[in-house]
Ligand binder design. Structure first.
Ligand code: XMP
Length: 505
């Protein structure tokens, strides 16, 4: 495995993704835990230092122990990682007068890290400081116009460093450089596959849980569904999944979740709580109040069901790797409050938490789900807010409005799935609280306005509205007004985030 040592660079997760894309296992640790981790583990074949926003001369900039270079594990320093390597080993780093930013041509020397590549390569630079004097034992292996030491190596000690970012797509053969490092310099094997992961995870869960009982709140989202499938494979009926159907799911969704898990060997409980939720929500129009009511009611239902189970030893959660990395990999397990549960149900007296997806990125979770035989519609599911359609029916929620929205939303989603557009990450319909005058046949209508929302985004923190071709919008609009009663006007949301959010409430 390759260990990525994080110095705060914006691409740290991307480096790990790139290595895993090569089917080589990779983890990320913060720089101040790196040495300890390397000494503790026997399986580390190579280390990558990420970039970072600091200068090595700043008083509080992240540093690394010199000892790490003596452990005979190959190291690749990237950007700040390179400067730190040079600085720590007695080289010099200078504050260049200008920032070098963007695509840059480098001239490379013969080196294992550039094997199979061109003499001239296009790479992505983003730095101010640069190495001005090599540490002892190092040689220059690439230069650019503004950066005489664009890459350096101490071949004998297997220390390599690149001033640029091979992990970014703009570095044309960056992936090959990372691959050369991992396979040719570190000797890592490409044997990290989801099939292997599934096997090992099942074995680990069996060992940890033994005959214990596991409880999982299943929302029907990707993470909890995959966690359920995995744990159920390991412990069968010792896993109890509680699926609270709050009646705010999309069309057929509750039944799909039930069909996927009912006969899968686990103890599956579907609680039909639609009436309870709708009663609580009656007359409520404020979005925050809706969210709060749903969160609280959810816990109440979960508690009531949980109390019927005699004893629970483990609480399972679908925490995934980006949450773990972002939380700084603290010593104690970080407990992600499930968006549906809104915190841990404190009535449950359990020994421990199991989080079998803790080491996986989202697309790996999906691949694992496929490996475990989950249907595509579960595995490819888009993010869906815990409060469900309650925040997509604007204003007061009624069963009738939910039905209208479900039917319209299904048509929109079906048509977009057929269209197979690229770069579209989330799409849904919103039933506004606005009614307008229309005409159907010879009659005047006074019905709801439906809004369609589709966004392109990588992180869901910012998003652009998707440029859906007119013909598709036209077809969706025609189908909805013809097939769904009480909608006589449809608008397309053309705001990005910010200033809008993805959801309307
Ligand atoms: P916004 O509307 O904040 O949404 O731009 C960003 C992403 O988060 C999803 N979302 C939620 N997910 N519980 C969740 O688990 C929630 O309460 C919630 N609200 C919004 C939203 O669908 C989008 O993907």
């Amino acid at each position: 495995m390759i260990l990525v040592v994080d110095f705060g660079g914006q691409y740290n997760q991307l480096i790990a993704r790139r290595i895993r894309d090569l089917n080589i296992y990779c983890e990320v640790v913060p720089y101040n835990k790196a040495l300890e981790e390397i000494k503790k583990r026997k399986d580390i074949e190579g280390i990558i230092f990420t970039g970072g926003p600091n200068s090595v001369y700043e008083e509080n900039s992240p540093k690394i122990e010199k000892e790490i270079f003596e452990l005979k594990v190959p190291i690749l320093g990237l950007c700040y990682g390179m400067q730190l390597m040079a600085h720590t080993l007695g080289g010099e780093v200078i504050n260049a007068s200008e920032r070098e930013f963007g695509k840059t041509e480098i001239k490379t020397e013969d080196s294992k890290i550039f094997e199979g590549l061109e003499k001239e390569e296009i790479v992505w630079m983003s730095h101010v400081d640069r190495v001005s004097k090599l540490p002892e034992g190092f040689e220059i292996i690439a230069e650019s116009k503004n950066c005489p030491v664009a890459a350096m190596a101490n071949v004998e000690k297997n220390l390599y460093a690149l001033q640029f970012h091979p992990e970014v797509n703009h570095s044309v053969h960056g992936k090959e450089m990372l691959e050369n490092f991992a396979t040719k310099i570190c000797g890592a094997k490409k044997d990290w596959t989801m099939a292997n992961y599934a096997k090992e995870a099942v074995k680990d869960i069996k060992e940890k849980v033994g005959d214990g009982k596991v409880l999982l709140a299943l929302s029907g989202g990707v993470d909890s569904s995959v966690a359920a499938a995995l744990i159920s494979k390991a412990v069968g009926e010792n896993l109890t999944c509680i699926f609270v159907d709050h009646g705010l799911m999309r069309k057929n969704e509750g039944d799909e979740v039930e069909a996927a898990f009912k006969d899968s060997g686990m103890h599956f409980i579907r609680v039909d709580a639609e009436k309870r939720f709708l009663d609580k929500l009656a007359g409520v129009t404020d979005p925050e109040s809706k969210r709060k009511i749903i969160g609280e009611e959810f816990i109440r239902v979960f508690e009531e069901e949980g109390e019927k189970i005699k004893s629970v030893d483990f609480l399972a959660q679908g925490t995934i790797y980006p949450d773990v990395i972002e939380s700084g990999l603290g010593d104690s397990a970080v407990i992600k409050s499930h968006h549906n549960v809104g915190g841990l149900p404190d009535f449950v007296d359990f020994k421990d938490i199991i989080e079998p997806l803790r080491m996986l990125f989202k697309d790996e979770v999906r691949a694992l789900g496929r490996e475990l035989g989950l249907a595509d519609y579960l595995v490819d599911r888009q993010p869906f807010p815990g409060p469900g359609l309650a925040i997509r029916v604007i204003g007061e929620i009624t069963k009738e409005k939910l039905e209208i929205l479900r039917d319209a939303d299904k048509i929109f989603r079906d048509e977009l799935e057929k269209a197979k557009l690229k770069d579209i990450n989330q799409y849904f319909a919103v039933l506004t609280n606005n009614r307008t005058v229309g005409v159907m046949g010879d009659f005047r209508t006074y019905d709801y306005t439906l809004a369609l929302r589709a966004v392109s985004t990588t992180d869901f923190m910012t998003a652009d509205f998707t440029r859906i071709p007119w013909e598709i919008l036209d077809k969706v609009s025609n189908r909805i007004v013809n097939e769904v009663d009480h909608i006589n006007r449809i608008v397309y949301d053309i705001t990005s985030k910010p200033p809008a959010t993805i959801e309307w409430e």
